[in-house]
Write a protein that binds this ligand. Structure first.
Ligand code: FMN
Length: 202
């Protein structure tokens, strides 16, 4: 593994929005590309995990830790390395991102490790990818998302590319995770089956 991959982790923040599978798939993709991942998850994220995922949080974390390139930081650990801009990282994705966390980050409210790490990522001008999940969106959500986009974040809603004619949720999740990994700058291009013109109808 190259030094940059080992010494500059990618941060993944998981919040209590629906779509924990998006986080699981994104992390697995990043690990398979042999980048190092530091993950932090909110307490609401743990609640939604139980609701949506059969594999328990503990089992999943153990499995990922076997890679040797995955660690977790507790959401309350404001002394963790990722809370400081002097710690080099390749960027951060918040996936899925609740409207509570969108509001906090867009207002500079660094009241837990995930929100602080996102704030640091923005101030250091590293890639910050927000995968917001709520529907419908009210004017407050839209304003907060606009503020984040103006501050330099990529807003990547988990929406299917209908023209790809994907048939299963797993395919759509793969597509969103690939877009997230690409927006973080970790891949040169999307897999060919996820590019316009290469769908099953062509
Ligand atoms: C099963 C479940 C699903 C939820 N889905 C969403 C969602 O899609 N979007 C959202 O903004 N909040 C959602 N929430 C509410 C958030 O979890 C709640 O606002 C929480 O305070 C978010 O905190 P966090 O951003 O620190 O994780 C959901 C809660 C539960 C229990």
């Amino acid at each position: 593994m190259s030094e940059i991959k080992e010494q500059h982790p990618v941060i993944i923040g998981i919040t209590g929005a629906s779509g924990i599978e998006l986080a699981r798939t994104t992390i697995e993709m990043i690990l398979s590309l042999e980048f190092t991942v530091v993950m932090t998850i909110s307490s609401a994220g743990r609640v939604v995990w139980k609701e949506e995922i059969d594999e328990s949080y503990g089992e999943t974390i153990e499995r990922w830790a076997e890679s040797g390139t995955f660690t977790t930081n507790s959401i309350g650990d404001l002394g963790a390395k990722i809370a400081s801009g002097t710690y080099p990282t390749l960027g951060m994705a918040v996936v899925p991102c609740s409207m509570a966390t969108v509001a906090a980050i867009s207002n500079g409210l660094s009241d837990n490790l995930l929100r602080r790490a996102a704030d640091v990522t923005l101030k250091e001008k590293r890639p910050l990818v927000i995968v917001p999940r709520e529907t419908p969106l009210n004017a407050i959500h839209l304003k907060n998302l606009t503020d984040l986009a103006i501050a330099g974040a990529t807003i990547l809603p988990p929406q299917p590319a209908f023209y790809l004619r994907q048939k299963t949720i797993a395919e759509v999740v793969d597509f969103i995770a690939s877009r997230t990994v690409h927006a973080l700058g970790l891949t040169d291009q999307l897999p060919s089956q996820m590019r316009y013109g290469n769908g099953p109808k062509n």
